[in-house]
Design a protein around this ligand. Structure first.
Ligand code: HGY
Ligand code: MN
Ligand code: MN
Length: 371
């Protein structure tokens, strides 16, 4: 970014921030970006494509300055893998990187605050990472991470809303014992109880249209082949475009976990790590993005995102919008994740049309003058 005349810094939450100034000094800014982190054994495009594509747009401007600045943002942490709760980087920009989140610890007992300090940052300066009133909005280019665009043979889609998501941890506790000497009717087997519940999680989600529920991680203690597990700790990820359906499903699955535990002589405790409401994207940006997509010769496609994104956090403070790129095979969060070069070219072309449209849009100029 620096060869493009961009002023680059890392803010106190570890976010990469690159400001490409406007034609006029002190002009308000449009944010374009995504997240830098990803998941274990991931692909090479989730998140980072949106950051690199933002830089590519600056390159394509070839020094041209607009009536607004462009700030490229690479969020430090979005997935929630290390500390269990997500959106650490983007929450700093909306003023929600609070003490509770800073105290969250990873598997080694290192807190977010300590991790930032170890990275050479000063958590006391996090309030300075918050967006000012000169922010016009946030645009995020991101791979769809699903099969829809491939099924309609379209390279691009505009996102109209992002599904809400709940992330919880359930710990089933029973009695560890000898696998060879303990008769079946005298066991309090934490893994067996958890397994029965996992089957119910899948069945509940299959029965509710649009609901997805996933147990992605299970850890058992003591974790030996010849020992009945005394503890089974599981994660639950529940998503739906309706917050009411999502929360009812979480309440139902929590009740069912307690029922199974009681019947099996186990205990179960639940810890909510994240409850993120569904978020609609900005109608003005959606309209402008659709015009830009049409100019690339592509057909229009609107969709709800099942994956969570930083845009749902930024939308708490500024107008936010997303453009999806087709994901071949619908595979994501896996090394097989890919994107077609031609689709990236279309996305960059769409982004340039969008910037030109915003630069001459009376509505956007009203927003620039109001900022
Ligand atoms: O899991 C998600 O929703 C996204 O990959 N952060
Ligand atoms: Mn992801
Ligand atoms: Mn992502």
């Amino acid at each position: 970014m620096e060869p493009l005349g961009v002023h680059v810094r890392v803010d106190a939450a570890g976010n990469l921030r690159g400001l490409y100034s406007a034609a006029q000094p002190h002009a308000p800014r449009l944010l374009i970006g995504s997240h830098l982190d990803t998941v274990p054994n991931a692909g090479a495009y989730d998140g980072i494509l949106g950051v690199v594509l933002a830089v590519a747009l600056l390159e394509e401007l070839q020094g041209r300055r607009l009536p607004f600045s462009i700030e490229v943002v690479g969020f430090s942490e979005e997935e929630g893998v290390r500390f269990g709760t997500a959106f650490i980087g983007s929450r700093a920009l909306v003023g929600r990187l609070d003490q509770e989140l800073l105290d969250a610890k990873d598997a080694q007992g290192i807190s977010v605050r300590k991790a930032l300090d170890n990275f050479g940052l000063n958590p006391e300066e996090i309030p300075q990472a918050e967006l000012g009133s000169d922010t016009l909005g946030y645009l995020e280019f991101h791979i769809e991470q699903g099969p829809v665009l491939e099924s309609v043979s379209q390279p691009l889609a505009v996102v109209e809303a992002i599904a809400g998501q709940s992330r919880l941890e359930f710990t089933f506790c029973g009695s560890a014992n000898h696998a060879g000497t303990t008769p079946m009717h005298l066991r309090c087997d934490a893994i067996a109880g958890a397994a029965e519940w996992i089957g119910i999680v899948e069945r509940v989600a299959q029965e509710v249209p649009g609901l997805v529920a996933t147990v992605g991680k299970i850890e058992a203690k003591p974790g030996a082949a010849n020992v009945i597990a005394g503890e089974a700790r599981l994660t639950l990820d529940v998503r739906h475009s309706s917050d009411e359906i999502r929360t009812l499903a979480v309440e139902d699955l929590t009740r069912q976990a307690q029922g199974i535990a009681t019947r099996r002589g186990l205990t179960v405790r639940e810890n909510t790590l994240l409850s993120q409401r569904a978020v609609a994207m900005d109608p003005f940006f959606i309209g402008e993005i659709e015009q830009a997509i049409l100019k690339t010769g592509c057909k229009l496609h609107r969709m709800v995102s099942g994956a969570g994104h930083d845009a749902m956090i930024l939308a708490e403070k500024v107008p936010a919008a997303m453009i999806f790129l087709r994901t071949p095979g619908g595979i994501s969060h896996d090394p097989a994740e890919s994107v077609a070069g031609a689709d990236v070219e279309k996305a960059i072309e769409c982004g340039l049309h969008l910037l030109d449209q915003l630069a001459s849009s009376p509505e956007f100029h009203k927003r620039i003058n109001r900022a």
